[in-house]
Design a protein around this ligand. Structure first.
Ligand code: BGC
Length: 267
């Protein structure tokens, strides 16, 4: 059977760990050549690359801070040099800098908005320029290009103590929908994935001890934490022609976190 992303080129931002690493491996497993982008952990990026290659996949590593325009431009140029074009952008790089709102520094605010929202703008803009230049290549995909924005359940669930993060994800939602509407006529598809609690370094404190994990499960009707693979398979679907008529949605992959779990035995 033909693999779902055979011959396609994907950039995955923030792919050295967590959800990004899981998505990079999943896309490579379906035949995509993957750019593993990272900004600080070169060794971890190398490990992801080795895993992909030892499974028979194709991957390269490109360093870039997605909040910096010159880094993003250089990353796309390097991608074109190595692989010729791009078919799939996974706008994944993201971080948290949590604080009580009245104590939040402008630095904490700007850093989170810079990576989580401006970074997605910069990468999406460069990807769309290339999709428009190249157009559809029918042997590879029915779309001229696909963008998947990593959002969060917090694009809709308010989050005390994380106003910068929740604001960035709310912003990602409208960025995603606006560009989906703008470029759908050109056969470019733009969607988001909204993960719930996934076992990654970003939320280590929430699952690390049995007590914290028990507390976390109160928020998850399916009573298990998500794994990076859960997001990887959603990303493969959204990137492939199996979802060709899907545009401008957030696919929540959250074990039911959005189902008002507080009402399970209450109300
Ligand atoms: C956050 C995690 C959190 C999850 C569910 C994610 O977007 O990055 O820290 O566990 O949402 O609240």
């Amino acid at each position: 059977m033909k693999r779902k992303l055979e011959g396609q080129v994907a950039i995955v931002t923030g792919a050295s760990s967590g959800i990004g690493a899981g998505v990079a491996k999943a896309l490579a497993g379906e035949g995509a050549s993957v750019v593993i982008n990272y900004s600080s952990s070169a060794e971890k990026a190398e490990k992801v690359k080795e895993e992909i290659q030892s499974a028979g996949g194709t991957a390269t590593i490109i360093k870039a801070d997605v909040s910096k325009e010159e880094d993003v431009l250089a990353m796309f140029q390097e991608t074109f040099k190595q692989f010729g074009t791009i078919d799939i952008l996974i706008n994944n790089a993201g971080l948290q800098k949590d604080n009580k709102f009245h104590e939040m520094s402008l630095e904490e605010w700007n850093r989170v908005i810079g990576i989580n929202l401006t970074g997605q703008f910069l990468c999406a803009r460069e990807a769309i320029k290339e999709f428009l230049r190249r157009g559809v290549v029918p042997e590879r995909s029915r779309a001229a290009g696909k963008i998947i924005c990593m959002s969060s359940v917090h694009e809709v669930i308010p989050w005390a103590g994380h106003a910068n993060y929740a604001a960035s994800k709310g912003g990602v939602m409208m960025l995603m929908k606006s560009i989906a509407q703008e470029y759908a006529p050109m056969k470019i598809r733009v969607n988001s994935i909204g993960p719930g609690a996934i076992r990654t370094p970003i939320n280590h404190a929430a699952w690390q001890t049995p007590q914290a994990y028990k507390q976390l499960l109160k928020l998850i009707p399916q009573k298990r934490i998500g794994e990076a693979e859960d997001i990887g398979s959603a990303a493969v679907w959204l990137a492939s022609d199996d979802s060709d008529y899907v545009n401008g949605i957030t696919l929540f992959v959250d074990g039911g976190m959005l189902l008002y779990p507080g009402f399970e035995d209450n109300g």
